[in-house]
Design a protein around this ligand. Structure first.
Ligand code: ADP
Ligand code: ZN
Length: 732
């Protein structure tokens, strides 16, 4: 696809891609006034009207006389060649049909409808003749928005008054109504404002990154630095360089709850807040963001992985913060890895990528070692802080009664910190109260009726929850298998149970739990984090959500309840994940002016991963992980693709799996092997039986083409679903 402008005159055939699952571009006649290539259009499809994009020349096989005309061109900047090419490349890479890619790129409300303007209210100089408390509230709202216009609805909601009060103020002349563009541009970010006084190390890294941005060419850099070393400060300077060139920048964060702290830092650095794109923003903000990004009227976007598919006009920099985070892999719908696709998009847009992490993924580490990515290290924490001292607590030597998880040694350490007026964090990566509910009479384990998974007790919700499908059920009073009464007992710890133990051990302490499922909304979670950071909790109990870059200045002790959790798994990345998680969580301790310490409870203090965690010899750890995977020809030294077949019954899925495994010639042709079919580790989810195949190919093999050729001859029986997961991260 070239950047050359192409125009289709009214009545000439052109190809239109829609988000409908048709698998191909359809031919239409260009509408009245013609259409540019890339134009967003509304087109008839059967009895319906659908949104599409003029994708290119007509395919031509359909008789011209029968072609229908595009209805109209929509009010949006045409999709640029760069984004069209990017969508096509991601489609090829992930073996996803193009319409599904277009759906990702058009997740914006009202694209096909809605007026371009709306009524906004502004404050006038005249006070209303009669002032009431409600009217005062309305007028006060404007102070908080710097005089910007607000819709009547927004105004009434912000003031907490009825719409009648607002109307009354308009009639009284205290508010003025004006037509305004529906989507307002974002306030300008000023890259020339002064940033932090960087240390020598930081300044050097910032200069290298800024020079990369100024080159106007593609490049990816791993920015590795311990938590608190100033990675954010450093990449803010790269963003400044990008904005100064008039190009756009995108920052991806793994967790919505992290955005508010980052937005505040952007505002401090550049004088205004950037655009936001994630599931926590309102529909009208989403629409504003999408359109303004396309018009170049949003300089910086902070977002979740799907922000990669925004219609940037000139994307000069993508920062992927906490690049190792597993949430960057989309596990439903289009199965893509946002970190890898960020690299692809930047390469196509002529932009830079910064992958920031204290504990990079092995893939990124290996790419840096191979010279594919540049690497910058920030080795010291900012200021007088040192890294926390790390020690193991050998659980074999501790006197720990059943049903308790805080060892006496950890208990003493926490008590000492509380006495000093500091905070302690107890980390356990398990949501809920107890992972298992068992009948003491017959041994029955309570399982989900639709999944091959145990139900997890959540006392906070007073229900059992399936962590696979989300189904919930009341706690049964009697055993579903043998009918015994009062014999169902929780087994094993979850954060809620740990909270119970903490309250018993430290009755006077204020205990706060941070677990994603305890909060109805991202905002509630944000608020809880702010409360903790403000010092209104003594003991914090958290799942992996606490590992992700929150700043708790008064936190000086981290206790890892069970470092062995996850070590035993057969998952390819089990060791890597435990290493990253425990190092990250430990990094929460001692960020301000107080030294921190991390105590790691384990029954295997001599396990190589635990030893690497404690010694902090990261390079040695990665080298040994890398060597192991190299020996097995596993990623990043080989390639994998998962194939998941799911169906209401097991047999048809297995049958197709067996046929696929037998007809593996296209895979053998590239030196790839197929393993399976085998029941997936979670053999049933939401009532669907799941069968897996795993394709393993040499590094550099043309895997996607071979897989497409391999799957093509097989028709899917009714009700059977097949999905391909290129570079799988999870194997459930
Ligand atoms: P990281 O992203 O590596 O965790 P941050 O950039 O968040 O590190 O820095 C940690 C803390 O130290 C932040 O509060 C940050 O504002 C502060 N900090 C880092 N470098 C500097 C600097 N050069 N001047 C002032 N404050 C700094
Ligand atoms: Zn379930």
């Amino acid at each position: 696809m070239s950047d050359a402008l192409e125009f289709f005159d009214e009545g000439t055939p052109c190809g239109v891609l829609t988000a409908e699952p048709l698998g191909r571009v359809l031919d239409y006649l260009a509408p009245e006034g013609g259409a540019w290539i890339g134009a967003f259009v509304e087109a008839p499809l059967g009895p319906r009207r659908v949104v599409g994009v003029v994708w290119g020349a007509a395919e031509g096989s359909f008789p011209r006389a029968k072609l229908r005309a595009v209805i109209r061109v929509l009010d949006a900047v045409p999709m640029r060649a760069e984004l069209r090419a990017f969508l096509a490349r991601v489609a090829d890479y992930t073996l996803t049909p193009l319409p599904a890619m277009l759906r990702l790129a058009t997740r914006v409300p009202d694209l096909g409808s809605g007026p371009a303007t709306r009524k906004l209210l502004y404050r006038t100089d005249s006070a209303p003749p009669r002032m009431t408390e409600a009217r005062e509230k309305v007028l006060a709202v404007f102070d908080g928005f710097g005089g910007a216009g607000l819709t009547p609805g927004e105004l009434a909601q912000a003031a907490g008054v009825s719409s009648g009060v607002v109307r009354g103020l308009v009639q009284a002349g205290a508010l003025l109504e004006r037509e305004a563009l529906r989507d307002q541009p974002y306030p300008r970010l000023d890259p020339a404002r002064a940033g932090a006084n960087l240390t020598d190390d930081q300044a050097q890294a910032a200069a290298v990154l800024a020079a990369g941005v100024q080159s106007g060419e593609y490049g990816t850099t791993l920015l590795k630095g311990v938590t608190g070393s100033g990675k954010t400060e450093v990449y803010l300077e790269a963003i400044a360089a990008c904005l100064a060139l008039g190009r756009q920048a995108l920052v991806l964060l793994p967790e919505i709850a992290l955005t508010s702290e980052f937005l505040t830092r952007v505002e401090a650095r550049f004088g205004a807040r950037p655009a936001e794109w994630h599931s926590g923003v309102t529909l009208s903000e989403r629409r504003r963001c999408w359109h303004m990004v396309g018009q170049g009227a949003a300089q910086l976007v902070v977002g979740a992985r799907s922000a990669l598919f925004l219609p940037f006009r000139d994307l000069g920099l993508i920062v992927v913060d906490e690049e190792h985070d597993s949430s960057y892999k989309q596990e439903e719908g289009v199965l893509y890895h946002a970190r890898d696709m960020a690299v692809l998009r930047a390469a196509m847009a002529g932009g830079q990528v910064i992958l920031a992490s204290a504990t990079p993924s092995l893939e990124t580490w290996a790419n840096a070692r191979a010279g594919k990515y540049a690497r910058l290290d920030l080795s010291a924490r900012f200021g007088p802080n040192t890294l926390p001292e790390m020690r193991a607590i050998d659980l074999r030597a501790e006197d720990l009664p059943t049903g308790r998880w805080v060892s006496p040694t950890l208990q003493r350490a926490v008590t000492a910190r509380l006495a000093a007026g500091e905070q302690a964090l107890l980390f356990l990566n398990r949501r809920g109260y107890a992972p298992l509910t068992i009948c003491r009479a017959c041994g029955h384990q309570v399982e989900c009726s639709d999944c091959d998974a145990r139900m997890v007790e959540h006392r906070f919700l007073k229900r059992l929850v399936c962590h696979q499908c989300g189904a919930t059920a009341p706690m049964p009073a009697t055993c579903p298998a043998c009918g015994a009464e009062d014999r169902l007992a929780p087994v094993g710890p979850g954060v809620e149970r740990l909270e119970e133990e903490a309250r018993a051990l430290w009755p006077d302490a204020r205990v706060a739990v941070l677990s994603s499922d305890l909060f109805g909304s991202a905002r509630a979670l944000k608020d809880q984090i702010a409360v903790i950071a403000g010092g209104e909790a003594d003991i914090i109990i958290g799942t992996q959500i606490v590992a992700k870059g929150h700043n708790f200045p008064n936190l000086t002790l981290v206790g890892v309840i069970d470092a062995d959790l996850g070590l035993s798994g057969s998952d390819l990345r089990a060791a890597e994940r435990v290493f990253q998680l425990v190092r990250q969580v430990s990094g929460r301790a001692g960020r301000a002016d107080k030294p921190g310490r991390a105590l790691v409870q384990t029954s295997q203090p001599d396990h190589p991963v635990i030893r690497a965690i404690l010694s902090g010899e990261e390079e040695a750890f990665w080298q040994s992980e890398s060597a192991q995977r190299e020996g097995l020809r596993m990623p990043p030294h080989g390639r994998l693709a998962g194939v998941i077949l799911s169906a209401p019954a097991m047999e048809p899925a297995f049958e197709l799996g067996t046929r696929l495994a037998q007809a593996d010639a296209p895979l053998r042709a590239i030196g790839a092997q197929v393993f399976g079919p085998a029941p997936a580790p979670i053999a049933r989810i939401r009532g669907m039986h799941r069968v897996r195949l795993l394709v393993k190919a040499p590094k550099g093999a043309a895997l996607q083409g071979a897989i497409a050729a391999w799957l093509k001859p097989h028709n899917l029986p009714r009700g059977l679903r097949l999905s391909v997961d290129i570079d799988p991260q999870s194997f459930y």
